[in-house]
Design a protein around this ligand. Structure first.
Ligand code: PMP
Length: 429
């Protein structure tokens, strides 16, 4: 079957799908271009409807740590596909994935699979409210936790920590249950928690905030949050939907030796299929129905295709020590991009944390909060992104999204990317 061009498909899509997309960041908003439509993908490559090949650093926003169509994952999926697509009943595949995770991740005693990161976060918050009998949640400005109503909030202008909605359709009442604190500021957090401890059920944070650029936090900051939570009887929830299994098998929690009460996963855990998971101490997870009275359910939860894709991905990450390779390759790419930026006198900088990277306007100190991102970020990114597209390199289509490295990206692809970026930069003013 052959398709019309991306422009024509987008015009058709806009007539029947809001903004022409099923998730906003796919829309190329503010990039003055209609989004590309892709037909297939393999290894590090995406192939557009027009037949053009792109080296992909968006990687479906993170799940594809082994690249597109990893052969081992593909085989596992094909085998499962021939047995069943969904049971809506008990099966061994989710049990195997659950046992593997519990064996590998020290702070997890029990877990429940769902179908997205949003669902995982929403369910973890429900457990926290049920366990503590309190209603408020503290989150951090610049962290994204899916489109859960109570977390679609931004810092308000009133009292410290207060919030207002950041999406229409979220009631002020719901927003008022969420308190927003700045990242990298422990005394602010301490003050808000001290004032609100009798109302706060949980604190949730991305331990490696990667939804507003890459806002690397210090280990100290995360440990201080954790100890204040423990001191005040507030649940400490890590949202590792991006960082889980990418930074290490135990995510940022293992790397930084954290001990969360609950943790939320998505993306890599399903090997490219829609899987989410919330997990943690049995004391809390035992509140979940049918054992406890916190209701949470899902028709396609623990879908067997996602379960075998997830398990195969995680086993391969571990057995081939892939995290080390990914880190080395991301350093290589990042160092070479920084050399290019210097040579071409472009005020840009590439930072990376293991296999995540982010290109931003050059700063003299690390960016740890959204308000520290230079104003020119969007304009500079737009030029770079469009020039990269011309050079067959696909970055996530937004100045505040990070780039991801996969195991399918080999040295030859990285060298190709570096040369392409060199040409792309020549066209940036
Ligand atoms: N938490 C974090 C940290 C995320 O990055 C995302 C998605 N990007 C979510 C939650 C929501 O996950 P999903 O899109 O699977 O609902």
């Amino acid at each position: 079957m052959s398709y019309d061009s991306s422009e024509i498909l987008f015009e058709r899509a806009k007539k029947i799908i809001p903004g022409g997309v099923h998730s906003p960041v796919r829309s190329f908003k503010n990039l003055d271009k209609s989004p590309l439509f892709f037909e297939r993908a393999n290894g590090p490559y995406l192939y557009s409807i027009e037949g053009k090949e792109y080296i992909d650093y968006c990687l479906s926003f993170g799940p594809l740590i082994l690249g597109h169509q990893d052969p081992d994952v593909k085989l596992a999926v094909q085998e499962m596909f021939n047995k069943a697509w969904t049971f809506g009943a008990c099966e061994p595949y989710s049990l195997e994935l659950a046992e593997w995770i519990i064996k590998e991740v020290p702070f997890i005693e029990k877990l429940r699979f769902v179908s997205s990161g949003t669902e995982a976060v929403m369910s973890a918050l429900r457990v926290a409210r049920a366990t503590t009998g309190k209603n408020k949640i503290i989150k951090f400005e610049g962290c994204y936790h899916g489109h859960v109503d109570s977390l679609l909030v931004k810092a308000g202008s009133g009292l410290a920590g207060e919030s207002s909605t950041s999406s229409a359709g979220v009631s002020e009442n719901t927003a008022s249950e969420t308190l927003v604190c700045p990242l990298n500021n422990i005394s602010y957090f301490e003050q808000v928690l001290e004032r609100e401890k009798s109302n706060v059920a949980a604190v949730i944070i991305e331990p490696l905030p990667a939804n507003y650029g890459l806002l690397v936090q210090t280990k100290d900051f995360l440990h201080q949050i954790q100890s204040l939570c423990k001191k005040h009887g507030v649940l400490f929830i890590l949202d590792e939907v991006i960082s889980g299994f990418r930074i290490s098998i135990g995510g940022m929690a293992s790397l930084y030796d954290l001990d969360p009460d609950l943790v939320c996963y998505g993306k890599i855990i399903g090997g490219g299929f829609p899987v989410g998971c919330y997990a943690g101490k049995a004391l809390y997870m035992d509140k979940v129905a049918p054992l406890g009275n916190v209701y949470q359910a899902g028709t396609l939860s623990a879908n067997p295709i996602g379960m075998v894709a997830g398990l195969t991905t995680l086993q391969k990450l571990k057995s081939l020590n892939i995290h080390k390779t990914l880190e080395d390759n991301t350093s290589y790419l990042s160092d070479n991009l920084n050399k290019l930026f210097a040579d071409k006198k472009q005020p840009l900088q590439c930072i990376h944390f293991q296999s995540l990277f982010w290109i931003h306007t050059k700063t003299t100190s690390p960016i740890r909060r959204p308000d520290e991102i230079p104003n020119q970020q969007s304009a500079r990114f737009k030029q770079l992104f469009l020039n990269c597209l011309n050079e067959n390199v696909y970055l996530a289509p937004n100045a505040f999204e990070v780039g991801f490295m996969s195991f399918a990206h080999k040295k030859e692809h990285l060298d190709k990317t570096i040369s392409a970026l060199g040409r792309a930069l020549d066209l940036c003013i």
